[in-house]
Design a protein around this ligand. Structure first.
Ligand code: TXA
Ligand code: MG
Length: 343
């Protein structure tokens, strides 16, 4: 099977294209579609066999649950058994948007969708194509990121094609996804709202809305196994990823030293740096400028595409400059640590 690539306008998708995709979903097939974060690989969330196909296509461990995507808040009632007041407040302020809420699952959600957990993760994406698709499908849409398990998430249809082109039915191509990192996963089933995965909606924004918010560290996430996807090495290109110093005054010298050390081992080296450090990379390395140090939005939007580009260039190692862990920088650093094997 080779996926049918259907171009769609990101702002006002052609209803014919959407209808074609919904026929695939209704038949238990797989449709990759853009969200505001990354491309997702969608199936009817209530069709256990269809969701099994997602796991097969991605090579995803079966204990890793999948986010269920909705087109409106009303659809929640059928999927979860309780919506606490904090969830109502967050939904009113943040949906549609890059915030996924973990809530107690209704028994109608197949066990396979939940990865065997009693909870389900839900979100309403802020992308016209995603919303049109879910609405037209008339069912909740289960969708992990549309990459092979362990690879960087796809921010273009071409990334999806490279990973899954032979394993899925349709790819809706609406160009690059605006945010570039996945949604924030927030567990609302405990006493304190807990961020299981930092993402497109910042911790600072969550705190401003609900007050105290706990942030699970990589170690805590692995130990808790409440966000099972966090147990596995993630976002990993084939090349080794080496993270260097986030301190602006040290970054240049540390980058230079890291690249030369790898060269001394006879390795081919690529580098991802902030604009401020671009002139500190020794000539001869393959360089990608992520964006200005103070603008993690630009860096997030470039992150996965640049990891893939450098990986496709057949390098042995990718040296990446760390950035400050504030705002979206927290999500960027989380993905980089995992890519470097710290997860
Ligand atoms: O932005 C996104 O979230 C994208 C787009 C397509 O919506 N989706 C995405 O899905 O990143 P995925 O499967 O690649 O990552 C979902 C994360 C995983 O770490 C998974 O373990 C966690 O959410 N998760 C899903 N259901 C959960 C649950 N019931 N409890 C705890 N964690 C859950
Ligand atoms: Mg993923």
């Amino acid at each position: 099977m080779t996926a049918r690539l259907i171009p769609v306008d990101p702002a006002s998708p052609d209803p014919g294209a959407i209808r074609e995709a919904t026929h695939v979903l209704a038949a238990g097939g797989l449709v990759a579609f853009p969200t505001e974060t990354v491309y997702g690989l969608g199936a009817d969330a209530l069709n256990a066999r269809a969701v099994e196909r997602i796991f097969e296509a991605k090579g995803r461990p079966t204990d890793n649950p999948i986010i269920v995507h909705l087109a409106d808040e009303a659809a929640l009632a059928a999927i979860v058994t309780d919506v606490p007041p904090s969830a109502r407040t967050l939904i009113a302020r943040c949906w549609p948007g890059p915030l996924t809420l973990v809530l107690p699952a209704s028994p109608v959600v197949p066990v396979v969708t939940r990865g065997g957990l009693p909870t389900v993760a839900v979100r309403m994406p802020a992308h016209p194509v995603a919303l049109a698709l879910i609405r037209a499908a008339g069912c909740p849409v289960a969708a992990p990121s549309a990459n092979r398990s362990g690879r960087p998430s796809p921010t273009t249809a071409r990334h999806v094609q490279a990973d899954l082109g032979e394993r899925i039915d349709v790819i809706l191509d609406a160009g690059p996804t605006p945010l570039g990192v996945e949604s924030t996963v927030l567990d609302l089933t405990g006493a304190t709202p807990t961020v299981l995965r930092p993402g497109g909606l910042t911790v600072e924004t969550l705190q401003a809305i609900v007050g105290e918010v706990a942030v699970a560290t990589l170690q805590m996430q692995a130990a808790l196994a409440r966000s099972p996807g966090t147990q596995y090495r993630h976002y990993a290109p084939r090349a080794r990823v080496v993270l260097v110093n986030a301190l602006p005054e040290r970054a240049g010298a540390d980058l230079d030293a890291a690249v030369r050390r790898l060269w001394d081992q006879g390795l081919r080296v690529g580098v991802m740096v902030t604009a401020e450090s671009a002139d500190r990379v020794p000539p001869g390395a393959v360089v990608r400028v992520m964006g200005p140090r103070g603008d993690p939005r630009v860096i997030a939007a470039n992150l996965f595409a640049q990891l893939r580009e450098l990986d496709d260039a057949g390098l042995d190692a990718i040296v990446v400059e760390a950035i400050p862990e504030e705002g979206l920088g927290r999500a960027v650093m989380d993905r980089l640590r995992r890519a470097a094997g710290a997860g």
